[in-house]
Design a protein around this ligand. Structure first.
Ligand SMILES: *Cc1c(COP(=O)(O)O)cnc(C)c1O
Length: 403
């Protein structure tokens, strides 16, 4: 056996022993019944209510998005057929980039094949440009930002999560002349909290740093037009680069960055993760464009999502379900043990037809394993009744026996 094969065998055994082996649950989405999915087990189909989707607004199953995708598929075919440079730029890509730049009030935007790729490619490129970059990274930043920073020669400083004092200490201690970048998120989806964007931008100004903000969990949801928390807080103009995804609130696929025209042009001209890969399918570009235009014009869809999230939080509190604090649309419930977290999730599925993802290490630190609920406009009061009854049974709330 090759040493690598032996390693695979041992690593998988270890992962299993630690209760964090990842098994996927294949759930068939039904556009007419979202968030009820179909789950096939032993040849039998069952309905499952999903509480974990990142298609927060249900735009992936919205008529306007599906129609745009179907029409684009019929007229342009399916794949893009090339990189952006090699016959892979359609007028739809250009229109989508213009729409994204406008959404964030920036001069330009650049599409990537995913949000992950946009963070990795943009940060690697920026931090690989000048000599001596120093990057200041929130401790809870997403893996894609960490990958981008690690793929660069920049010196990385990690500040405690959302801790302005710690960030300022690190900025003050860095060489005054070094080029600096602060990289952070707006909504942290595992902790359901939100960064003080304006205050971080003020520190950036004070120490001559640039700012890079991941609004992946906020675009489509926050702000008068769904431009994110920076739009809500009126500070988008103070952020140099805003990064987002088309795959969560906008319900389609792909990632992007927005910023000054020359910054975007530089990344367009030099980032390997942009240049050397086939562009987004026109089907997706058309659907994303329709989705963004719809979301910008329909604040009531956002309002409904927040009403549902606040209702779920209140009802969890009334029912004694131990949820973590949340100032966002995400509702985490702490379980605190990987094996139990998986077992609770599994029982909800098997016994109650409810799906909520167990969030385990390495996504969150060990001992803070949790279930992460993402209520949306289509979760009804009756679905909440069922969810709460199921959770109370599985978590043995109101009895002495825990799961
Ligand atoms: C999901 C996520 C990404 C990646 O976006 P994709 O479009 O899914 O690749 C980036 N940043 C954060 C914070 C995320 O949660």
């Amino acid at each position: 056996m090759h040493a690598f094969h032996a390693l695979c065998h041992q690593a998988l055994a270890d992962i299993r022993a630690q209760g964090r082996y990842r098994s996927f649950t294949p759930l068939g989405r039904n556009a007419e019944r979202f968030p009820v999915y179909e789950w096939e087990q032993d040849g039998r189909k069952r309905d499952v209510t999903v509480w974990s989707a990142n298609d927060y607004l249900g735009m992936g199953i919205a008529e306007v998005t599906m129609e745009a995708a179907c029409a684009a598929a019929r007229s342009h075919g399916v794949g893009a057929g090339g990189t952006r440079n090699i016959a892979g730029t359609s007028p739809l890509h250009d229109a989508l980039e213009a729409e994204l730049a406008d959404l964030h009030g920036k001069e330009a935007a650049l599409l990537f094949t995913s949000g992950y790729v946009s963070n990795d490619a943009a940060l690697t490129t920026i931090l690989g440009s000048l000599p001596g970059w120093e990057v200041f990274s929130d401790a809870k930043n997403h893996a894609s930002m960490i990958a981008g920073m690690r793929h660069s020669p920049a010196k990385r400083h990690i500040f405690r999560h959302n801790d302005l004092d710690h960030l300022e200490d690190l900025l003050r201690a860095a060489p005054a002349a070094a080029p600096k970048l602060i990289a952070f998120e707006s909504v942290y989806s595992m902790d359901a909290d939100i960064a003080p964007i304006g205050a971080i931008a003020a520190l950036a100004r004070k120490y001559g740093a640039m700012t890079y903000l991941d609004e992946v969990h906020a675009v489509g949801l926050y702000g008068p037009q769904g431009g994110g928390v920076a739009e809500r807080d009126g500070v988008a103009g103070e952020i140099d680069i805003i990064e987002g995804t088309l795959a969560k609130g906008f319900g389609t696929h792909g990632g992007y960055i927005t910023g000054r025209a020359e910054v975007i042009d530089f990344i367009r001209s030099t980032a390997a993760g942009f240049i050397f890969t086939t562009s987004l399918p026109p089907v997706i570009a058309a659907a994303a464009l329709a989705s963004i235009r719809y979301v910008r014009a329909h604040p009531e869809r956002r309002a409904k999502l927040f009403e549902r999230a606040e209702t779920l939080k209140r009802r969890f509190d009334e029912a004694g379900i131990p949820r973590l604090p949340s100032v966002s649309h995400i509702v985490p419930v702490e379980i605190g043990d990987a094996a139990r977290c998986k077992a609770v999730s599994r029982r909800l599925l098997d016994e109650f037809g409810i799906y909520v993802t167990p969030i385990n290490y390495p996504t969150v630190p060990r001992g803070t394993e949790r279930l992460r609920f993402t209520p949306g406009p289509f979760h009804t009061d009756a679905m909440m009744d069922d969810l709460i009854a199921a959770l109370r049974a599985v978590l043995a709330i109101g009895t002495s026996q825990a799961a």
